[in-house]
Every structure is written in C-alpha cells, then in structure tokens.
Design a protein around this ligand. Structure first.
Ligand code: FES
Ligand SMILES: [Fe+2]
Length: 398
C-alpha cells in the first residue's frame, strides 16, 4: 500500500523534472521574526509542542537486548527508555518516587532493574517499586502506587517515540497519520549505528527550517555540495510530517549498490524501494532523515532538541548504515560523517547563529517563506496550530 504511494510520488517528481517545474503555494507567508527569539513564545513551544507530542527519542537498534537502557534529558525532563526482559520497551521519568533523585546517569547501559543511588530504593525493569530500604522502619507504603512514572512509548519502523505527557490522550496513529508506514520501508530495526555525535546549534526552529529548505543548497553549500545541486523542492505531507525531495527523473546517482543502473528510463514499478526512499524525511517537530551513500546505503538521522534558552538547540546526529560496513566502507562512512559535521556545523548552524543575531535586533517585523517553500510554511502553521489548541482538542488536529 505505501509502496504505491512511493511510486505515485516518484511519478509526480519525474513529470516535474521533465517540465522543469515544482508545485507552488498560493502566496508568500510571513512569520513574525519575534517567534524565533521571544521567551514567551519559546516557553509555549516547549510546553505545548515538545511536552505534548510524541518525540523521537531513539532508534530500536540502540536498545537491542533485554535490559538495554538509555537515559537522557529532553526539554528539562529526565527520561529513561529501557527494554525489559520480554523485549518490550518502556519509558519512565528518571525520578525516584522517594525524594526525586535520578536513578541513572544520562547515557546507555544494561540492567535488569534500577536502584536509586540516594537511599537504595529499587525498581523493576517495568518501573515497579520492588524494594524499599529498611522497609520496617520506613513505614507502610503501598508499593503498587509508587512505581516510576511511565510515559507512553511506541516503537515503529525501527524508531522510538515517547510522549513526555504521561496523561496524554493523543493516539500515536492519529499523530503519525500513516507516515510510519512510509518510514517502515527503511527497515531501520536492522540497520547498523555507525556513529553518533551532538552538535550545538541556534534556536530549534532556525535549525529546523534548514532541514526543510533545499532553496539554500546551491548557495550556502556551494563550496561543499557544489553549485550544480538543485534548489527546487517538492513537499509531501502526512499530517505535520513532510518528505522533501527535488524533482528527479531518478538516475544512476540514486543507485545505492553502486552498480551504475540508470533508473531514468525504467518504469517506476521496477525501481527498487530503496531508490524511491531518497531525499529528506522529516518527522515533526524535530527530526530529519537524509539519505547518503558513504560506505554503502546510509542515512543521517538528525534529532534536534531545544536547549536551555530560545537561542540554543542541540542536534544528535546518527549515522545509520543499512549493513555493517567492512574496513573500506568504514573509512568511506567516516569521511561522509565528518563531511556532514562540517556542512551542518560550519555552514548551516553558523549561518543560523548569524541569522538569529539579526532577528534579535527586533528590526525585522517578519521573515518570509516563498511560494516555493511550502515545507517551511506548513511547519510554522503546524507549530502555531498546536500552540493554540487546548489539551482536549489536540487529538482532533491530526
Ligand atoms: S531519593 Fe531515591 S531512594 Fe531516596
Ligand atoms: Fe543546509
């Protein structure tokens, strides 16, 4: 079913490539410049977007074995994700029910249970309170009511989503709007994590705009990607999630196996699914997945998170490879991953920081998203819509 959707997209793209066109929106959209630096606006984004929607907090292959866990802080919330002895994923707040200490340090580990480092209370891998130190003297306490606070978690398409709102009524199906079926074509559950790193960046929306923006490619990245690269983009949406891709006839450049097959004359039905998955897949509100071919079929999965203030964000970059690389491929993958660090840090985020400085002067009323930038237009509309929606109506939005 979703393979059919991929074929439809490829067909539309091929036609646009032949005609030298793209789809345009009705009008240029203005976004208040203040939205990029205003503290109140930023607080609403944290509270109403990041703390109410499912967020991508990991990928399945990070937590393969029973007992594997990952602890991290997301918009000030300490979270543990673990795989229990039956292979099921859980997410909890990393906060002890006794007096609030965190249970484990941020990072990865493996454990069948969690023991608080302060007074030694113990929790099972499902978050149940299983041990109170010196229980006789502590007093009677209903253990069943004092487990760790569980967060809704879903593992789909090899990606892990967690909602920081433990009382949410928003269903994952409506939020994903069928996008997970598309992402499932990557089969990330079997992919290999080559490397990860964290980069500091500007305001999260300044950074995120860049992931939806092909318009800047031949200019800002002229020294790295080259000037020949297309600045034209087609945007395909599933709810708030968008795929960004240049219209293309599909060519040998899209071939991951390096066999040099030219797909441009091939009926789309015969084009391998991997070739139909190229371009950038963004997951609202904070993830981008871009295909590369460094050391074999690979993606750069960028997980963008707001930092401590409107002017800071950080990005966890995962370099994922379809197959575990051999020595030569490892070398190529490292080169590609280093190159992407340079591009993102020295070109995209360095520009973002300058842009942010300009906006903060308050001299610009608004910034502009052209008719060719429908991805950015839609992104800001969604942020606005979500901020202005009450809890009880959130499910109706998707
Ligand atoms: S704070 Fe965890 S046991 Fe006391
Ligand atoms: Fe860029």
């Amino acid at each position: 079913m979703s393979r059919k959707k991929l074929e439809e997209i490829a067909k539309i793209n091929r036609q646009h490539a032949e005609d030298g066109t793209i789809e345009l929106t009705q009008k240029i959209v203005e976004v208040p410049a203040k939205y990029y630096y205003d503290q109140d606006r930023w607080n609403s984004e944290i509270e109403r977007v990041f703390k109410r929607l499912p967020l991508v907090l990991g990928i399945s292959s990070e937590l393969k074995k029973p007992g594997d866990y990952k602890a991290l802080e997301v918009v000030g919330m300490p979270v543990i994700i673990n795989r229990n002895s039956e292979g099921k994923l859980n997410a909890f707040l990393n906060i002890c029910r006794h007096r609030g200490s965190s249970l484990v340090e941020n990072g990865h580990g493996n454990s069948s249970h969690f023991r608080c480092p302060y007074h030694g209370w113990a929790y099972s891998d499902d978050g149940e309170l299983i041990g109170i130190s010196d229980n006789e003297n502590f007093g009677d306490l209903d253990k069943e009511c004092n487990g760790l606070i569980k967060l809704p978690i879903e593992e789909r398409a090899g990606i892990i989503w967690v909602n920081l709102d433990h009382k949410t009524e928003l269903s994952m199906d409506s939020f994903l709007s069928g996008y997970d079926e598309m992402l499932a074509h990557f089969k990330f559950e079997d992919w290999y994590i080559f490397d990860t790193r964290t980069l500091k960046g500007p305001n999260w929306k300044v950074a995120y705009d860049g992931y939806l923006d092909l318009y800047h490619l031949p200019v800002l990245h002229s020294e790295t990607f080259g000037t020949e690269i297309s600045n034209k983009a087609m945007f395909y949406a599933w709810g708030p999630h968008q795929r960004v891709i240049s219209p293309s006839r599909l060519s040998s450049q899209d071939d991951f196996d390096g066999e040099g097959i030219d797909y441009s004359e091939l009926p789309i039905k015969e084009v391998p699914t991997a070739v139909l998955m190229t371009g950038v897949w963004t997951i609202f509100p904070h993830v981008s997945i871009a295909s590369f071919n460094g050391g074999g079929r690979s993606v750069l999965l960028s997980q963008l998170l707001p930092g401590a203030s409107p002017e800071e964000s950080y990005t966890v970059q995962y370099y994922l490879m379809e197959k575990e690389p051999n020595q030569q491929q490892r070398k190529e993958a490292k080169e590609q991953f280093d190159f992407l660090k340079y591009v993102v840090k020295e070109e995209d985020y360095a520009t973002g920081l300058k842009l942010q400085k300009g906006l903060k002067t308050g001299k610009l009323e608004s910034v502009l998203f052209g008719r060719n930038e429908s991805g950015g237009q839609a992104f800001h509309e969604w942020v606005d819509k979500i901020i202005n929606t009450k809890n009880k109506d959130l499910s109706k939005l998707f």
